[in-house]
Each structure stands twice: as structure tokens, then as C-alpha cells.
Design a protein around this ligand. Sequence first.
Ligand code: IPM
Ligand code: MN
Length: 380
Amino acid sequence: MKYRIALMPGDGIGPEIIEQGVKVINKVSELHNFEVEWVRYDNGADRYLKTGELITEDTLKEIKKTCKAIYLGALGDPRVKPGILEKGILLKTRFYFDQYVNLRPIKLLDGVECPLKNKTPKDINFEVVRENTEDFYVGIGNRAKIGNSKQELEVIRSLYSVKFGLDIDTQGSEIAYQIGVLSKKGSRRVIEYAFERARKNKKTKVTAVDKANVLDSVYSFWRETVDEVAKKYPGIEYDFNYVDAITMWFVKNPEWFQMVVAPNMFGDIITDLGAMIQGGLGLAPGGNINPDGISMFEPIHGSAPKYRGLNVANPLATIWAGSLMLSELKMQKSADLMLNAVQEVIRDGKVKTKDMGGSSKCSDMGTAIAKKCEELHQNK
Ligand code: IPM
Ligand code: MN
């Protein structure tokens, strides 16, 4: 079997970490007799600065036609204003392929130092399913100067019957607003994904995140949808956590969680915290998944521009994201081999990158994982 995969190394440390992911996947493909053809796309800061191009409709179409998945390094560069590459490439791709699930495992591997006192791998082992196409990410927002834009002022007036701190009566004063939108279909499909995945993986509880006590229009809608979906899963217990409270519980009682489902922005925030409790951003992978389409896999950390080219970054999050990719491509055995190799190399404790308190290079880590895959394969 041959898989064509779009490879987007991106910016900063992106190229060096993705190279390690490719190294490991190539090794696994050799061991398990499948073939990967990597199709490189150089979208990112350099290309943008040279040509003004972020990612074109044509490129996306080509990927859709010819590739089975996308493997992404990282995006972001200090020479480009924040938001341009992130919105113009990363979010654009997530939206184009309707990758409505952002799957982020929060799993403390054995041998990883956990910043939480007395917590062990059996306490930190859950998944966050983050909605990935709606909420505050829909891009509806603007600034308005009162007096200049009558129309916008009317919109704001119609939205707010109470004023509180909003100074919208003084001529010349400024406001800014951003609107979060949830749709029934958009909420239901991701909540169903979380329950279905919980059922498949024999988890008995789903926790839904929101802020229904304040942002009540959108998040009471979210809660109702969770209630509706949960009815189809009588064997799965579920509860609701406010987003502020769940940050506290992630730290105090992470063992309470099995499957967490969250709207886009809260999911973004809590998974950075999740990354920390599983040992840091160097170990946190993510998958942007469209279960019926083309999915994209990436480490959840950024491009760390100051480490670019130094060969010191930790490639484990990217390698783990590669494992998620193989799992989504229905190669579970290969996915397991990759993650087991990550676990074993960490347990051995001989190869550690800078963030893990060692001095191994990024490329040493990739080589060690590839070698471990071979060993585990032979000894099975
Ligand atoms: C993430 C990132 C992105 C997000 C940014 C870079 C647009 O923080 O993948 O978590 O907010 O989704
Ligand atoms: Mn984020």
C-alpha cells in the first residue's frame, strides 16, 4: 500500500523536527511493508516574505486530490506580524478541509518528569477533543469608532441592552468586538465524535467544558447539544465543567478525566495546560481531524524561532503526532509501534533533549526512536 502525504515543514524549528518524524515513519513503513511518498510544500514565512503567498486554493485543491493526510512542522516567524501565517496557513487549512476535531492526547509517559506532585502515568491519561472550526475562531469581529460608523453602532446597540463598562455614547470613542458562533451541526458532530471515541476506547466518562454561567447564549446551546448526544450513550457518564474550574482540576485531580470535549477557544487554552502536566510542550501532539476527509497532524507547540537550525528542539511531539496520523490512516499497529518506541526511549533515559534535561540533539532523538522501532519490531 502506498500513501501520499503532504509534508509542510513550516518555520523555525519546523523543518528539523519534521525531518525526525519522517525518519521514524520511513523506518516503520519499511518494517511494516507500506510505502510513503512525501510531497513537500514549502508554505511558511520564507515563501510569504518572498512572494506574498500564504497558501493558495490551488495548493489546497491539489492536496485534496492527491494526498491522504498532511504532516505539519510548525508555523510562525518574528519577521511576520502575529496572526498572518497562523490564520493564513494553519487555520485556513483546518477550515478548508473541515477538520472539525482537534484531538489532543494528554498522557504522562513513564519516565517523564511531571510538574505535579505525586501524580504518575496512571493519573494523567485522557484526551481532549477540541472543536476546531467554530466559536471565536470564525473571524467575525471589528473595531468601530463611535460617530464614524452608524451602522456598526446600531449592531452593537441591538446586541446590548445593558451597557456596563461599554462607552458607546461618547463621540469618537472606540470599541472592538468579536463574536463566537456555534452551530447545531458543528457542535453535534464534534460532541458525537468525543462520545463515540470514548465508547470505542472503553472510557466511561466524558467531561464537557464551557462557560455557560456567563457566555450563556453560545454555551447553554453547547450544553443542550451535549445532553442530546449523551442520550444515545447511556453507558457513558458525563458532566460539565466551567473552563476556569477545569484548569484547576487538571492540576489538582487530573485522574478524574477520561475524555474532555471543549469548544474551540477553551480547548485551545486548556490543552496548553494539558501539555504542561504531561511533561511539557515538547511532548504534546495534536491531530486536526476530518473523519471523512483529509486530516493534518502537528505538534501543538509553536515554531520556537530562537532555536531554529540549532538541532536542539525536542521532536517527540512531532513523532507522536506522526503516530496519531498512522492511527487515523488505519495503521494502528504502526501507530502503536511508534508510540511504544517513544515510551521505551524515554524509559531508557539515555537520549534526552535539552528541554528534558539532557544534551542530545534533535536528530539523535529521531535516530534513537527509529532504532527502537526496529528493536521492538524484532523482539515482538
Ligand atoms: C494551536 C495554536 C493555534 C490555535 C494558533 C497558532 C492559530 O495555538 O494550534 O493551539 O489557536 O488553534
Ligand atoms: Mn494553542
